[in-house]
Design a protein around this ligand. Structure first.
Ligand code: DQA
Length: 149
């Protein structure tokens, strides 16, 4: 069975990407980001499905049902990454392989960004590689889904 359906979940403030500091987020619009991710996914023979919300409960609910339509997850929960234990628990509920991605290098910014609630649950974390980080995240996830890692 081909396992190539990827839910790409974006959290709080990601939809306002082009209004956030360009030195961290590259200045591109969220729509441009989704186009790039779509291209990366197609190059890797993956089928992406996108979701973004600024509401934590909606993000949690999307994780609860993700198993109905996805084989794996690419997650950028934004600031929730650093404190939302509810999202960690919901990821556990999803029972899907997941890769965490951040556009900016969260390890070289403020101290509070260095911790991720997803640690230990995700197969890999990609940080500080800009848009290209999503290609790396998708490639890692494909390896996991193919059972090669
Ligand atoms: C982010 C990093 C987070 O610390 C921040 O709160 C975001 C975006 C990133 O993609 O670099 O909203 O997840």
């Amino acid at each position: 069975m081909v396992r190539n359906r990827i839910a790409v979940l974006h959290g709080v403030n990601l939809a306002a990407l082009d209004r956030r500091p360009a030195q961290h987020y590259g200045g591109l619009t969220f729509a441009q980001l989704e186009v790039q991710i779509t291209n990366f996914a197609h190059d890797l023979a993956l089928v992406p499905r996108f979701f973004q919300t600024d509401h934590e409960g909606e993000f949690v609910q999307e994780l609860h049902k993700a198993g109905d339509f996805a084989d794996g997850l690419v997650l950028n929960p934004g600031a929730w990454t650093h404190y939302s234990w509810a999202i960690r628990d919901a990821l556990e509920v999803s029972d899907l392989p997941a890769v965490e991605v951040h556009l900016s290098d969260v390890r070289s910014r403020e101290q509070w960004r260095r911790h991720s609630v997803l640690e230990g649950l995700v197969a890999a974390t990609v940080s500080g590689r800009g848009v290209g980080g999503y290609r790396d995240a998708l490639a890692s996830l494909r390896d996991v889904l193919e059972g090669s890692t």
